[in-house]
Design a binder for this molecule. Sequence first.
Ligand SMILES: Cc1cc2nc3c(=O)[nH]c(=O)nc-3n(C[C@H](O)[C@H](O)[C@H](O)COP(=O)(O)OP(=O)(O)OC[C@H]3O[C@@H](n4cnc5c(N)ncnc54)[C@H](O)[C@@H]3O)c2cc1C
Length: 492
Amino acid sequence: MLRSPVVLPTAIIGAGPVGLAAAAHLHERGLPFVMLESGSTVGHSVRHWGHVQLFSPWQYCIDHAARRLLEPTGWQQPDPEGYPTGHALVERYLAPLAAHPAIAPALRLNSQVTAITRAGMDKLKHAGRADAPFALSVRSPAGDEAIVYAGAVIDASGTYDTPSPLGANGVPARGERAHQAQIVYGIPDVLGTARTRYAGKRVLVAGSGHSAFNAVLDLAALAAQEDGTAITWVVRRGELGTAYGGGAADGLAARGALGQRMRALVERGTIRLVTGWQTDRVAGTADGLVIFAGAQALEPVDEIIVATGMRPNLSMLGELRLGLDAAIEAPTALAPLIDPNLHSCGTVRPHGADELAHPEPNFYMIGMKSYGRAPTFLLLTGYEQARSVVAALAGDWEAARRVELELPETGVCSGPIAAGGAALDAASCCGTPAPTLARTAPLLISLTPARPAANGACCTPAAQANCCAPAEKNDCCGTTELLTSASCGCEA
Ligand SMILES: Cc1cc2nc3c(=O)[nH]c(=O)nc-3n(C[C@H](O)[C@H](O)[C@H](O)COP(=O)(O)OP(=O)(O)OC[C@H]3O[C@@H](n4cnc5c(N)ncnc54)[C@H](O)[C@@H]3O)c2cc1C
């Protein structure tokens, strides 16, 4: 006989930064949990890009509950102003956290979750559903299978394992699978372990996000040391514009600098930039790989690096009742806040358990996976999600709705969204026209009166100082009250 969900542990899927933060919060609340990690170590995905320096300084990389857990152990917090690499994030933070006696006994490595359902019922069955425990199918690397029962599930499994393809229409381009030996997805360590693979080679990088920036910048450094290294950068968009980011206006200086360094490379002609390119075919020739967009072809290359984003793996969630946006594949209430079709501020208003809820009670997706296909996820966002969701699972809805997060903005503001889903007049704010919202988004979220329910997408103080005349600040910020609101980022 299965125990009731209230005494069953919460299952956390994934021991990345956000899954481990959820564990720290569950421990703090005295709630039992089990953490299932497919890799052989914690931070398994982060280790794949361990050579990359984060654009967030340490102060934005550590969850509050995790810090409270670690501090009494003598753990040395890294310099808050310093920038970790992915490896340092694991070694100096995630590994000590996972080794803490409050977490280690609950951690099961080499445990890949392959399916989640409600015990004894499929997706169709309704009666008694909310009280039925979750049943998670878990597979070991050797293929052994086990069932783990849980009263709640927090899916923090990220998106790293499911990169988007080279094909511009979202499916692998013709020939892409056949030439996998010369294609890498993500950010290979071209200055380290993968150096010989790329030194002196003709390399094509596809994608216009931060991962593509990192790959191109590393290749440019390699090209400066190794003759014959040539870089072609292809992007689907017609012009780069805001893709370079907010530069000096970015609340995260290192993130802003990435785009500026890319711009400089393009302007100096160090790399060849191809815009408006929609890859639909990859062909092997005697002189190398050729990519096609219809009848057009680019010069042959030796290697291709695909950094076109990532997407959530939803296959293990097929028997759960999900409320996902059809395009973004993020929870329905969260999607309009992060939809890159609607705005490019890169900033999402603080959100928590209410916005992350699904029709399936006590199931939550948090962390990178909660953003679905949208870019711009930040650890800070994930930590706040973990705090709020755990508070909700503990029944503390006051804390779950007391969302306090202040996110560093990107400094790019092409279409801010006010509370309620209305488009703000971006022209009065940042000097760029606001796009028409295609969606009538139900953005009303539960917030305590202490935080003005508006305008997390407003300009940064820096952007306003640069872009907004004093007379326009009211338009930008919505109400006079908000002029003094720290959450709006406005200054009188
Ligand atoms: C190159 C790069 C640089 C980044 N830089 C920054 C930055 O500077 N600042 C910032 O705030 N954010 C940054 N991010 C974004 C984001 O914060 C990170 O991706 C972060 O690792 C997301 O944490 P997560 O815990 O949600 O997911 P992940 O770190 O991806 O962790 C998910 C975990 O789940 C495990 N897993 C996956 N599937 C299963 C399964 N089926 N069963 C069991 N376990 C599973 C994985 O092995 C992994 O350990 C960066 C991302 C990348 C890729």
